[in-house]
Write a protein that binds this ligand. Structure first.
Ligand SMILES: Nc1nc2c(ncn2[C@@H]2O[C@H](COP(=O)(O)OP(=O)(O)OP(=O)(O)O)[C@@H](O)[C@H]2O)c(=O)[nH]1
Ligand SMILES: [Mg+2]
Length: 190
């Protein structure tokens, strides 16, 4: 969190984290298309020609005032690919909340678990208690025929009390609910 006392602005950071190709960028693209253009900035995507995130995607959105302060949410996605593992940690730095986008496909279970471990490790290295930072879980790609039951994903990835949402991000399903839950957790914190 960064507070600009002069402008009475609160800058809050929410990071979309998850395994390769789970749909992190798709979430952000949908949000960008739905938020009133007067309340959001451009969507900045640093990606390869195959649309894979290299460093991050970023957009900023404003919301109503909280106790006289104007909150600005800075939404980032990390790159899922292992070769960009260093940028994941950089992007995570300063996060006020995390949205973990899991891929529901059966053959992605291992990648989901490994990336969750990597998230916890990076949080610890950045000085966070990984079990205290606001976290929302999104089970994405529920439309695919080989999606495994949510209970299985939950048993490996969820922690007590963490809000969870099923999603089909390519259709926007569950995307806004996930973001709202993260915003609520982050705002409750401050
Ligand atoms: N069937 C299906 N495909 C999806 C869904 N969400 C995203 N995709 C597709 O999955 C692929 C990867 O989506 P991205 O949003 O680029 O994934 P990412 O997590 O940002 O990937 P990296 O940045 O490389 O880690 C794209 O082809 C999307 O269209 C979904 O809910 N269902
Ligand atoms: Mg991406």
């Amino acid at each position: 969190m960064f507070i600009n006392w002069k402008l009475r602005e609160l800058n809050l950071k929410i990071v979309y984290y998850g395994p390769p190709l789970s749909g992190k960028t798709t979430n952000l693209v949908y949000i960008h298309s739905r938020v009133n253009p007067r309340l959001r900035g451009e969507l900045i995507s640093l990606k390869t020609k195959e649309d894979r995130t290299i460093y991050f995607d970023f957009m900023q959105m404003e919301m109503g005032r909280i106790k006289g302060f104007k909150p600005k949410f800075n939404l980032y996605t990390v790159p899922g690919q292992v070769i960009y593992v260093a940028s994941r940690k950089l992007v995570l730095q300063g996060a006020d909340g995390v949205i973990y986008v899991a891929d529901s496909q059966a053959d992605k279970l291992r990648a989901n678990i490994e990336t969750m471990r990597n998230l916890e490790e990076n949080l610890r290295e950045l000085g966070y208690n990984p079990f205290e930072i606001p976290l929302v879980l999104q089970f994405n790609k529920r439309d695919l025929p080989d999606a495994i039951p949510v209970e299985v994903l939950r048993s490996y990835l969820a922690r007590d009390g963490c809000p969870q949402f099923e999603a089909v991000a390519i259709r926007g399903q569950g995307v806004i609910d996930t973001l709202k839950a993260a915003i609520n957790l982050v705002v409750a914190r401050i």
